[in-house]
Design a binder for this molecule. Structure first.
Ligand SMILES: [Zn+2]
Length: 505
């Protein structure tokens, strides 16, 4: 029985073709090899696990392959095989984090002067090269200024900004991008197919998102989940469990509660998740990630949503319905909610409050969408929401109607109705006069909402058939004065502003 080789190693790309997600880098290197214009020093920068050292090894093979230099190393000859195994005498991988001193670099300089043992080039791959000390960088600079013709340096780093500019200016810089979720998910599925085990689409996406741009991390997670499920298929539930993530169905349900302004349901879901032992911080992080994706897809329908198909379309529709402006507000509130979460005595409590606030955020939700969704407001949430209204409302039929509206529309919107409108009951009419004080956009949205209430009133079959009449409020005294051309002329000439308007009796 042979020892198990982890997937990240077994599926480490061996050719430029295999190096997924780094097309620009690959193209640059292939062209350099094809035209014989390989640089003597490269900086490969980017997040961990995106293929920097892998690309460095492929470049080393390309330079030293018996059939090379070539953009397509054979992978079969002795140099190719030794480089892949990390045993080549002429290709040295050095961990700069533990060999960061000047003596290490001096040693390296000595080796660099000597001709290669067997192959064409001596290739030095310095991993985490930004960790070198200032002195070590100076020593390195001396070789880079006059590199021996048989030497190629590849400085790999996750923190390029820590390199001295003198070093950077002597290197060709190639930036490795974080891999798109879709690319990682696709690659995971290919690996599963070759390994002949079942990997659900939703599971592949969940792993890919958790990998955060790193294919290597994605493959490691896949390994972990595989040993968790044994012979069974790798499904989304197993991935969620291993990573401690909330299941996607759950996340979507939570989003729906937020989108429909239903704090009762949202809080219930958060509590439920905590009761199941879910990490509240991971839940909040996943929620932020979801909101971020929704914003992107609301701004551009073509933006890739990092979720599997059945959810992807539903989420894109939902984002379009809620709209970019509202989504940006929700996301920004969610981001500031992180402070709340970290300040709370326990993460669970913090997340509960932050999510509750998110659901209460007054949004410009299209009322048609809300009505179509048929979301019921948790009854316990209603009284607090209604007490926010500042209008004295005496007539009880009106109260009754508003209560119904509250249940139908959501607490937040109903409360806002009251603070922005004057309501009065006429004969078979509910007069809704929008106050002029409110922000225009809100008043406009409310007007739209109110227009749709008419049908709701009928549907609710109120004792008296009310008709809703929406009118703009009379402009205030201040507004009338400010709009007066004579006043405007005076203000323009003297550069003043109106501070107080008083009516003369
Ligand atoms: Zn070869």
């Amino acid at each position: 029985m042979s020892a198990y080789q982890v997937l990240a190693r077994r599926y480490r790309p061996q050719t430029f073709e295999d190096l997924v997600g780094q097309e620009t880098v690959v193209r640059t290197l292939r062209n350099a090899l094809a035209t014989g214009k390989v640089s003597h020093a490269y900086v490969f920068s980017g997040l961990r696990g995106v293929g920097k050292t892998t690309a460095a090894r492929i470049l080393a093979k390309a330079l030293n392959c018996e059939r090379g230099p070539t953009p397509d190393p054979c992978g079969q000859c002795v140099p190719c095989r030794e480089i892949a195994e990390g045993t080549s005498m002429d290709v040295l991988e050095i961990d700069a984090a533990s060999n960061r001193g000047i003596d290490n670099v001096r040693e390296l300089r000595e080796v660099a002067r000597i001709l290669p043992v067997r192959d064409r080039y001596r290739v030095f791959i310095l991993d985490e090269a930004h960790q070198l000390t200032g002195e070590a960088f100076n020593a390195l600079l001396k070789i880079l200024e006059e590199p021996p013709p048989h030497v190629v340096f590849i400085l790999a780093s996750t923190e390029k900004h820590k390199f001295p500019p003198t070093i950077l200016s002597r290197c060709q810089q190639l930036d490795f991008r974080p891999l798109p979720t879709e690319t990682i998910a696709q690659r995971l599925k290919e690996v599963a197919a070759r390994e002949k085990f079942a990997l659900e689409d939703a599971a592949a996406h969940l792993i890919a998102r958790a990998a955060q741009g790193s294919l290597r991390d994605g493959l490691s997670i896949l390994d972990q989940v595989r040993s968790f499920v044994g012979e069974a298929a790798v499904d989304a539930a197993a991935v969620s469990q291993v990573l401690g993530l909330p299941p996607l169905e759950f996340l979507v349900e939570l989003w729906q509660a937020l989108a429909s302004g239903n704090p009762g349901r949202a809080l219930e879901l958060v509590a439920q998740r905590e009761a199941q032992g879910g990490d509240p911080l991971l839940l909040y992080q996943e929620l932020l990630e979801l909101l971020r994706s929704l914003v992107l897809v609301a701004a551009n329908r073509e933006a890739p949503l990092p979720y599997p198909p059945p959810f992807r379309e539903a989420l894109a529709d939902s984002a379009a319905q809620v709209g970019l402006a509202s989504l940006l507000r929700i996301l920004s509130l969610a981001i500031s909610g992180r402070e709340l979460v970290s300040a709370a005595p326990s993460p669970g409590l913090g997340v509960m409050v932050a999510v509750g606030k998110l659901a209460l955020w007054p949004r410009l939700v299209r009322v048609e969408a809300l009505l179509a969704g048929n979301q019921a407001v948790a009854p316990s949430a209603s009284p607090a929401g209604f007490s926010e209204g500042s209008l004295p409302l005496g007539a009880s039929p009106l109260e009754g109607f508003l209560d119904q509206v509250g249940h139908k529309l959501g607490v937040a919107l109903a409360a806002r109705l009251r603070s922005f409108c004057e309501l009065s009951l006429g004969e078979g009419e509910l007069l809704i006069r929008l106050r002029s004080g409110g922000p225009n956009a809100t008043a406009k949205a409310l007007q739209e909402a109110l227009a749709s209430l008419e049908s709701l009133a009928r549907e609710l079959d109120l004792a008296q058939k009310v008709r809703l009449v929406v009118t703009e409020a009379e402009p205030s005294l201040e507004q009338k004065v400010a709009a007066d051309p004579r006043v405007q002329a005076v203000l323009e000439v003297f550069g003043g502003k109106i501070t107080k308007v008083e009516e003369q009796s």
